[in-house]
Design a protein around this ligand. Structure first.
Ligand SMILES: N[C@@H](CCC[C@H](N)C(=O)O)C(=O)O
Length: 313
């Protein structure tokens, strides 16, 4: 580089933040390694990172931090001392969410690829999340997470477990019944009669849920492929409007909630294994009897890292 006479070289001292961009079935994340918990990620900074025009662009931001370095992580360590790493997940608007099913797979893949953990195919890693410790198994193609049990958010309101709220969304001519389910984070699942109804939905604005769960909710609209058979694999198509984000191409906890709701509505004939088709791909959801005697939800799907970068400023 040639300099004008008298000009001196300017040293660029702008601080940079290394990041990785990744996604799970199109639900995309900015991942930041912060092993010792030194990064300052205020909500406004998170929102800037997630901004698709002025930042990197993502549905959420995930900080990989050792559990010992944040209070929620230390709580997890008390029950699961092996959970060295904590997934500190934030929605794109900067809000904190308890859990992110797609995020967990991408987070563990990030730990593997950055050599922060050693996880051969077929083995499992326990990580910390705000919804407790989760065991994640590395598969040949992707990861399977033991998400633990699901629950109705308001069993009294759900009465016969069919519905607990009415949901309005642009593109639907009338309000539809919804069932609210917790996967650690809140979801309201709304069954539709046909794929055409699913396609007609406009999810630029948040659906109105009445009554809404106390901490807001993610809303999943679902349409089933075919009659459900016990012992067979149920197939359902889903679109989602995420709390703190907007419409996303996929939601892992949403897929689990959708399968749980479909199973409730199907009664004893409901399948134990589900394929949930989302705009960004397909997720597998299984209901298994775990060693603690409870039914657990297992979520499996792909995890991809797309590129590394450095953010200036
Ligand atoms: N996309 C995630 C869920 C992320 C959190 C959600 N928006 C919330 O606020 O609860 C997933 O894959 O589960």
């Amino acid at each position: 580089m040639s300099l004008l006479p008298g000009a001196s070289a300017v040293v660029d001292t702008t601080p940079t933040l290394p990041f990785t961009k990744g996604h799970g079935t199109g639900n995309d994340f900015v991942l930041i390694a912060d092993p010792d918990g030194n990064a300052h990620l205020e909500p406004s900074r998170i929102a800037m990172l997630a901004d698709r025009h002025q930042g990197i662009g993502a549905d959420g931001v995930i900080r990989a931090v050792r559990s010992a370095h944040l209070p929620e992580g230390r709580e997890v360590l008390a029950a699961a001392p092996e959970a060295e790493w904590f997934m500190d997940y934030r929605n794109g608007d900067g809000s904190v969410a308890e859990m992110c099913g797609n995020g967990v797979r991408v987070f563990v893949h990030f730990l593997v690829e950055k050599e922060l953990v050693d996880l051969p195919v077929g083995s499992a890693l326990t990580i910390g999340t705000r919804a407790g410790a989760k065991s994640v198994t590395r598969m040949e193609h992707g990861y399977a997470i033991d998400m633990g049990p699901w629950s109705l958010i308001d069993p009294e309101l759900a009465e016969d477990a069919a519905a607990d709220s009415m949901v309005r969304a642009t593109g639907l001519t009338d309000a539809r019944p919804g069932l609210s389910i917790s996967m650690g984070n809140p979801h309201t699942v709304v069954p539709l009669g046909a794929f055409a109804e699913l396609e007609a939905l406009e999810l630029h604005t948040a659906p109105e849920v009445d009554p809404e769960p106390p901490h807001g909710t993610n809303v999943e609209f679902v349409a089933a492929h075919e009659p459900l058979v016990k012992g067979g694999v149920g197939r359902v198509r889903m679109r989602v409007h995420e709390r703190g984000v907007g419409e996303t191409q996929s939601c892992g906890t949403g897929a689990c909630a959708a399968a749980a709701a479909m199973r409730v509505w199907a009664g004893p004939e409901g399948a134990d294994s589900w394929l949930v088709e989302v705009p960004g791909g397909v997720l597998a959801v299984d209901f298994v009897l775990a060693s603690d005697g409870e039914e657990h939800v297992v979520l499996a799907g792909a995890a991809e890292l797309v590129f590394d970068g450095e953010l200036r400023g």
